[in-house]
Write a protein that binds this ligand. Structure first.
Ligand SMILES: C[S@@+](CC[C@H](N)C(=O)[O-])C[C@H]1O[C@@H](n2cnc3c(N)ncnc32)[C@H](O)[C@@H]1O
Length: 221
């Protein structure tokens, strides 16, 4: 494929069969953190979040912003510095500790009585609370997100798109049809942008394109 192809013109793969039943287990994620195999971490924050922050905030200040699968996303510090409160969930305690340490933020640790084995790591200033547990300990992912959203809340969701017959993942290809079936009955879904994120790493996986697809979800019922 011509690399200059407009990202928006690339067709969706209607069939994700090649990746059916593929999961990255919690142990595999923990191992990625232990070995620092964290190519997914963006040290400068996520450019799409920066670009679409105004769309997400819609002029509101002092929000409580939820980061599911937060890792050590630097965006959390960025948004906290703007005056928002941050809640994150991440299975790797190492990732969370690295977050606080890399930003020189003192923090406390306490168990979460409702979730056996879970811990809450909270900045001493109190505005960043990161839960160390599986998101599935809370509920299934999409229904959890829908339950957490209040009317008029906005959810920026990034998926990746590539030919799933050429790479088995992770990250896994999520077609728009899946976003619609998970969220469509509760949310208005708008695709904001498809961005070419192709790099050498993706070429080595055997791919010839790799997109990030950004959606804005708004609760309607
Ligand atoms: C693609 S990474 C996102 C990383 C983050 N954006 C960053 O910059 O560090 C996905 C993260 O989700 C975490 N994770 C995977 N499965 C999880 C689960 N079931 N519950 C909570 N966290 C999970 C992984 O450990 C990993 O840090």
């Amino acid at each position: 494929m011509d690399r200059s192809t407009n990202a928006a013109e690339i067709q969706e793969h209607s069939d994700t069969g090649a990746q059916k039943n593929r999961v990255v287990t919690e142990e595999e994620w923990l191992q990625k953190w232990e070995t620092h195999n964290i190519g997914f971490h963006k040290e400068q924050g996520h450019p799409l979040l920066q670009k679409y922050l105004d769309v997400l905030l819609s002029g509101r200040s002092g929000l409580r912003i939820f980061f599911p699968l937060c890792g050590k996303a630097v965006d959390m510090k960025w948004l906290a510095d703007m005056g928002h409160r941050i809640v994150g969930v991440e299975v790797s305690e190492q990732a969370l500790k690295e977050f606080f340490e890399e930003h020189s933020l003192p923090y406390s640790e306490e168990p979460v009585p409702e979730i056996p084995g879970a811990k809450k790591l909270q900045s001493i200033s109190g505005n960043i609370s990161l839960y160390c547990c599986s998101i599935y300990d809370l509920s299934s992912y999409a229904s959890l997100m829908i339950n957490l959203m209040e009317k008029n809340s906005s959810y920026l969701l990034v998926t990746v798109s590539y030919d799933p017959n050429k790479h088995k993942g992770p990250p896994f290809y999520v077609p728009e049809s899946e976003i619609k079936s998970l969220f469509g009955s509760h949310c208005e879904i708008k695709c904001l942008e498809k961005v070419d994120d192709f790099s050498e790493r993706h070429r080595q996986w055997g791919l010839d394109y790799f997109l990030e697809v950004l959606y804005l979800l708004k609760l309607v019922s």
